[in-house]
Design a protein around this ligand. Structure first.
Ligand code: SF4
Length: 353
């Protein structure tokens, strides 16, 4: 028996016939669980549900609508590639590009600033979507944009914070969980303290895990130990990347540029203090400074029949959506969960259940 299978056996022994329900908060974990066959390995022992940890998936359809409208109003849209094909009420950014709008994929926010400075006659809009991991780099770029006096680059901000969404989900009681697998990359910024609050408030243990197969299995083994011994606490099983206190410098940078505000999450609705807005000192970089009709984006309904919202709450598995792998495939996505590289539906389609 290889080491990997032995770890699965060990989990089974600890559970002694019981099946537990664990939420992998992060989309990167969702894909890794599929890619390495961990879901199959733990079948009957652990039910693994996806959570609200795919930033593109939780972005409300109104954000896409604002971005598409901006694209049709002369802005050159700069976006990470995942957002390109997410359908909105007026189509996707890809559709806008096909009909002649200027939409470009960039790989970092700094690329956006370089483009804007190199082409001062063109008006650029950067779509800022992501969690705590992405926020510091975007904050740094907004500061640079303002300090450099770059007037032709604006930001439409859809950045979100993970802990308030988790708390909202657990408060709703819509899904019963035995444990949480926390994402290594977000944890590297926020540290362990926000999870300790979740553990003590909801009596749910959690483990921070890395993204390699062995790292995930180690984290899940530690999580099962906490579950079977009834210890609602938090363990860091990814010490090579996550310090208990997180990265205070990165958090300071984010706090310098952004304030927290209520934000609308796909499937979860409005959650207080779960989104970010550019602070008044840097507000000239916000799209609102030039197009207040598009920023903040409106709240709009998701395409009918798409159950992404329920999947992001752990209420439904992708394969339980009636459209999964029929009308909805990665080539014909009906919702962001099938588009994003971190989306659950895309993971189930690629790797199986
Ligand atoms: S399979 Fe498609 S339609 Fe169903 S929830 Fe996923 S993205 Fe939405």
């Amino acid at each position: 028996m290889n080491k990997f299978a032995a770890m699965g056996e060990r989990i089974g022994e600890m559970l002694a016939g019981r099946q537990v329900t664990v939420m992998e908060v992060c989309g990167t974990h969702t894909h890794a669980l599929g890619r390495y066959g961990i879901r199959q390995l733990l079948r009957g022992k652990m039910r693994l549900l996806s959570g609200p940890g795919c930033p593109v998936c939780v972005t409300d359809a109104g954000f896409i609508q604002s971005a598409v409208k901006a694209a049709h109003s002369g802005w050159t849209i700069l976006t990470f590639g995942d957002l390109l094909r997410v359908p909105g009420p007026d189509g996707s950014l890809q559709d806008a590009r096909t009909s002649g709008a200027r939409v470009k994929v960039v790989y970092s926010p700094l690329d956006a600033l370089k483009l804007a400075q190199a082409n001062p006659a063109e008006n650029y809009l950067f779509l800022a979507v992501g969690f705590e991991t992405t926020t510091p780099a975007i904050a740094a770029t907004i500061k640079q944009t303002v300090y450099a006096g770059c007037k032709n680059l604006k930001f439409l901000v859809g950045l979100k914070l993970v802990p308030p969404a988790l708390q909202a989900l657990l408060t709703s009681g819509e899904v019963a969980l035995d444990g949480l697998l926390y994402p290594g990359h977000v944890s590297a910024i926020i540290g362990m303290e926000p999870y300790r609050e979740v553990a003590s408030q909801y009596r749910i243990p959690g483990v921070i895990g890395g993204f390699g197969p062995e790292e995930i299995m180690v984290a899940l083994t530690r999580l099962v130990e906490l579950i079977v011994t009834d210890k609602p606490t938090v363990v860091n099983a990814y010490r090579q990347a996550v310090r208990p206190e997180g990265n205070s410098q990165a958090r300071r940078l984010s706090a310098e540029v952004f304030n927290s505000v209520p934000a609308t999450w796909r499937g979860l609705g409005e959650i207080s203090a779960s989104g970010l807005i550019i602070r008044p000192e840097f507000s000239e970089a916000a799209l609102a400074a030039e197009a207040p009709e598009l920023d903040p984006p409106p709240v709009v309904a998701v395409p009918s029949g798409c159950r992404c919202g329920d999947i992001l709450k752990g209420k439904l598995l992708p394969s339980e959506c009636q459209r999964f792998s029929k009308e909805c495939t990665p080539r014909t996505p009906l919702g962001p969960c099938m588009v994003s590289a971190e989306g659950s539906c895309a993971a189930y389609y690629k790797f199986g259940e």
